[in-house]
Design a protein around this ligand. Structure first.
Ligand code: GLC
Length: 737
């Protein structure tokens, strides 16, 4: 047989093999087949029990011998949950780490779970979620980035996207494929215990940075993002976590929904439901919000997951359902797809009974199952469910992540006061006294959901505290005194008087959720006493505040000669704070949230039409070590409705130091017949300027950005009329016809 004929024969055998294997291999296991065909093929093969397993999410600790023992996986529980009950999703909540908590153990843990799925009939991989909300923060060794409120103070869309992208790479490398982030709740009440998790009070800023995080998290297509918590979670009437919220139609559409519209435009894969109640209906039971609004009006097509135990809480907390059966019926029929149970697989038995009794239509179950299967196919989980620990060890805690975290921490720091330019300090300062409970703590720089739900042990974190960073900054012949016996006020005053410079670092202990509620917006009594002791003795000092929210300080803006607000800057935050204190970084952060002068009836956000009090510091405020001058604001005198407009302004650095300015563009509608919000942010750009340098910054404002919400029509409309454009201390009017 000549060679040519032999090759032809080989090719024929190969092609025939391909076709037959292709035919024998189920369609859904063929990655070359379109996702929707794979979903349809797999759904058609599934039993009811297999479907119900897919729409159930169980906490990782349920796979261990005695649940919270943090010990090794229990093969019996692993088999029961993953193989016998076919649970399709696992989460590690605030304390869901394997023990010991290290990168290799995380990879071993997730690989064990995914290997167990290969023992199931259809071999459907697990969708595994964690709260990677400021880095891969559950894993010891991961870089902890600034929390969202600080990230928002950077007004840096590009680095926000990059942070999310690097974090997603770390999450995927540990075999996890879903992060419950970004938080898109708009911070309308700083008393709320989760303000630090938000991207601030402005709907436009939250929308832009939230969409940037979604793009970053989902860039590699290995991790699904999760916009949370839909909707109105950040607006409890009392300011206390999960308390009832009463939200007008206008506030719903003008304040709370825009970030979710942006998330949907950014193709966010999943949305998590708000645990609370809005206008007396628990959101988990609200078909109006979860189906009619989120699906019908807003067009969300992804997966809708409950929050922790929130189906049960319809009975136990909201007393809205008389028992768990009714709660399951309410939640699934309202539109929830995946139930974060998270403790008890027997809910699947209960669900089977309800579906067989047609209390929950099988069409509703199938719709939910399709959404979770679709994500699993899109993430490539059927083809790539086991991960390599070596990659995880290489990228988690990388120099790249540390460098980015430090840059973001630097840019997140807001200089609120700098009396007589006391800052930056000289590195040759002879003697510095450092005091305050946040001066020598990494855990306080990171806040909650760091290694543990309520924050990390000091030994679990790597990085420089503020004290260590100052020690490494100043000259060797300078002396640093660290005094932590702050109740010994006599000694404190004596040391303060002896030192050339005093740096006080206060703030909040780590917290998560309701543990973070702070109805009075105050520091601890000990920290207030520390400040008032120094104030009463006329001690000049620099105050650094490490807090996840605005706080009301003794003597307010005159609390200290210089006030540096660092929010929760993460494991590189100590270094970044020292960079700012000693001028190695010129502060450029701007407030993403209004600082109230006292506790009043909230909200006090800058855009509200009538604010009862003058804020201590308004949204967008922040000082630099240099000064910037705005000129030449160009705004078209007239523009046609529907058309974008080009706006530009010149910014000049009038000082002696290089600096970065955040240029903020606001629109103020002077329309009469609809009561729009006051000025609203509609553009922001960071610009870097050498001393004396000037640049022109341009914005394109679309017609959508000029629309206001007509509450009668429930529509965003562009009204002809006059709009004032405001940038810096300049403003110009334009007429929309
Ligand atoms: C929590 C939080 C939610 C988090 C979830 C899983 O209760 O409300 O933000 O994603 O549980 O940890």
């Amino acid at each position: 047989m000549n060679k040519k004929l032999f090759l032809v024969l080989l090719l024929v055998i190969f092609l025939v093999g391909q076709v037959t294997w292709g035919q024998s291999k189920p369609i859904y296991l063929n990655p070359k087949v379109a996702t929707e065909k794979r979903v349809a093929d797999l759904l058609a093969r599934m039993t009811l029990r297999e479907k119900l397993g897919q729409i159930t999410q169980i906490e990782s600790h349920r796979l261990m011998r005695d649940f919270w023992n943090k010990g090794p996986v229990d093969p019996a529980w692993l088999n029961k949950v993953i193989v016998r009950y076919g649970v399709g999703s696992i989460l590690s909540g605030g304390d869901g780490a394997p023990a010991p908590n290290n990168i290799r153990e995380w990879v071993k843990f997730t690989n064990q779970i995914q290997r167990a799925t290969l023992k199931t009939r259809l071999k459907i991989p697990v969708l595994y979620g964690v709260d990677a909300v400021h880095g891969h923060n559950n894993v010891i060794g991961a870089t902890i980035y600034p929390y969202n409120l600080g990230l928002a103070a950077t007004f840096n869309e590009e680095l926000t996207r990059k942070y999310a992208s690097l974090t997603a790479d770390e999450v995927a490398a540990t075999g996890i494929n879903w992060t419950f982030a970004p938080v898109l709740d708009v911070a309308v009440d700083p008393r709320w215990g989760r303000t630090h998790e938000t991207l601030g009070e402005d709907p436009y800023l939250v929308s832009v940075l939230g969409a940037a995080q979604i793009a970053g998290f989902q860039r590699s297509k290995k991790v699904a993002a999760c916009a949370k918590h839909f909707i109105g979670y950040s607006a409890p009437e009392s300011g206390l976590d999960r308390h009832p919220a009463y939200i007008s139609e206008r506030d719903l559409y003008e304040i709370h929904l825009p970030p979710y519209y942006a998330a949907i435009r950014a193709n966010v894969a999943t949305v998590m439901i708000n645990s609370g109640a809005v206008n007396d209906v628990p959101v988990h039971a609200s078909k109006k919000l979860l189906t009619e609004l989120l699906r019908g009006r807003m067009g969300f097509k992804g997966l809708l997951v409950s929050d922790w135990e929130d189906v049960q809480k319809l009975v136990t907390y909201h007393q809205y359902a008389k028992n768990l059966d009714q709660a399951l019926i309410l939640a699934y029929n309202a539109g929830m797809d995946l139930n974060m149970v998270p403790m008890d697989v027997s809910v699947i038995d209960r669900l089977e009974t309800l579906v067989r009794k047609k209390k929950i239509p099988i069409t509703r179950i199938d719709e939910a199952v399709k959404r979770i299967l679709r994500i699993k196919f899109q993430l490539g989980l059927f083809e790539r469910r086991i991960v390599d620990p070596k990659l995880a060890e290489k990228i988690i805690g990388s120099q790249e992540s540390k460098k980015l975290a430090r840059t973001l921490a630097q840019q997140s720091i807001v200089l609120l006061r700098n009396q007589d330019n006391i800052l930056p300090l000289s590195k040759q300062t002879k003697s510095i006294l450092v005091t305050g409970p946040s001066a020598d703590s990494l855990s306080r720089l990171c806040g909650g959901w760091t290694i543990h739900w309520q924050g990390a042990e000091e030994a679990e974190l790597k990085g420089q505290t503020v004290l260590e960073a100052i020690q490494n900054k100043i000259d060797s012949d300078s002396t640093i005194t660290y005094f932590d016996q702050v109740h010994n006020t006599k000694k404190l005053v004596q040391l303060a008087k002896e030192a050339d410079q005093v740096v006080v670092v206060v703030g909040e202990k780590p917290y998560a959720e309701q543990e973070g509620d702070n109805p009075q917006l105050r520091l601890s009594p000990m920290e207030e006493k520390l400040l008032t002791t120094l104030q009463d003795n006329n001690i000049s000092f620099v105050l650094v505040v490490v807090a996840g929210r605005p706080l009301i300080l003794p003597k307010g803006e005159e609390a200290a000669d210089a006030i540096v607000w660092a929010f929760l800057p993460g494991t590189e935050g100590g270094s970044a704070i020292a960079d700012v204190l000693f001028g190695d970084y010129n502060p450029s952060g701007r407030l993403p949230i209004t600082f109230p002068s006292k506790v009043v009836k909230f909200p006090v956000a800058y855009y509200y039409r009538e604010n009862q009090t003058t804020p201590l510091y308004e949204f967008g405020y922040g000082l630099s070590y240099t000064t910037f001058k705005y000129s030449n604001l160009k705004v078209p005198i007239k523009a046609k409705a529907g058309n974008p407009v080009e706006i530009s302004v010149t910014v000049k650095n009038n000082g002696e130091l290089m600096g970065e300015e955040v240029v903020l563009l606001y629109l103020q509608h002077n329309t009469k017949n609809i009561t729009p919000l006051r000025k609203t942010l509609q553009g922001f750009k960071r610009v870097s300027l050498e001393p004396g340098e000037e640049k022109t910054v341009s914005f394109r404002i679309t017609a959508d950005q000029r629309k206001i919400f007509n509450v009668n029509k429930l529509q965003w409309v562009e009204e002809p009329g006059e709009i004032t454009v405001k940038i810096g201390d300049l403003s110009r009017k334009m007429l929309i016809e």
